[in-house]
Design a binder for this molecule. Structure first.
Ligand code: KIV
Length: 271
């Protein structure tokens, strides 16, 4: 465990101020030191150490297998790199849903062992006791509603959520519950844009969307998806800012050729 402890420039308070003055919040995921360092230097507001590490780093089909140890490893690697952005770490499946005492113990481990600034948790009313207990210990909590990938085995699909009134009403109630409990923000994933805008206008805390339209207070994407490293995942909400799959494949092929041909290393690349 690192002995260093820092306060970063972007705080939960700063995010609330951004919402108040209508400044959109930028958020991306990172799971390792090098990526986090580039993101932080580029000026991102929030770095999420998402349990999507399960998919893009570990190759699992769902986020369910992630453990607290996995998240601590990724969280610590990211936090070590970041001076400015707020660092939020996902509490993985099975570490907070059961009982609030266990939830607090999980969140305390994340905070002590990673030096992140906050934790994120999926769910509303069902987990509110855990959320409240973690908040009462002084740990900032971000909620996550709409499509909640940790519950994939309950719903069986990753399609758009809260299209029907009943589910939309519950989502709005849950968002208010999280705000009233003291959360500093909430992620809304894959819901109708109109619902995203409604929640953002009703809440004081920032609402960050992923597939929740442009009427929310900020946006988050999985960094591997927006960089086009993974070219097999193309939901409508994803905008690709690069095609690193193609660039990396080209570089790897060139390297392989250079090694096979004896072009690498050349005279200036040896001692
Ligand atoms: O784990 C993750 O990357 C997330 C984002 C999709 C919001 O929760």
């Amino acid at each position: 465990m690192s002995t260093e402890n820092r306060t970063r420039a972007v705080t939960t308070f700063r995010l609330t101020e951004m919402k108040q003055r209508g400044e959109k919040i930028s958020m991306l995921t990172a799971y390792d030191y090098s990526m986090a360092k580039i993101l932080d230097a580029a000026g991102i507001d929030v770095i999420l150490v998402g349990d999507s590490a399960a998919n893009v780093m570990a190759g699992f089909e769902t986020t369910v297998p992630m453990t607290l140890e996995h998240m601590i490893y990724h969280g610590r690697s990211v936090a070590r790199a970041v001076d400015r952005a707020l660092v939020v770490v996902d509490l993985p499946f099975g570490t907070y849903q059961g009982n609030s005492k266990e939830a607090l113990a999980s969140a305390v481990r994340i905070m002590k062992e990673t030096e992140a600034d906050a934790v994120k948790m999926e769910g509303g009313e069902e987990i509110i006791e855990s959320v409240e207990r973690i908040l009462s210990a002084g740990i900032p909590v971000m909620g996550h509603l709409g499509l909640t990938p940790q519950a994939i085995h309950k719903y069986g699909t990753y399609t758009v959520r809260a299209k029907e009134k009943e589910e939309a009403d519950k989502l709005v109630r849950d968002a208010h519950l999280l705000e009233d409990a003291g959360c500093f923000g909430v992620v809304l994933e894959k819901i109708p844009a109109e619902l995203g805008a409604r929640v953002a206008s009703e809440l004081r805390m920032p609402v960050i969307g992923i597939g929740a339209g442009g009427g929310v207070d900020g946006q988050v994407l999985v960094v591997h998806d927006m960089l086009g490293i993974n070219n097999e995942f193309s939901p409508r909400f994803l905008r690709r800012y690069a095609n690193l799959h193609e660039i990396m494949t080209g570089a790897f092929r060139q390297y392989i050729d250079d090694v096979k041909n004896g072009d690498f290393p050349n005279q200036t690349e040896q001692y």
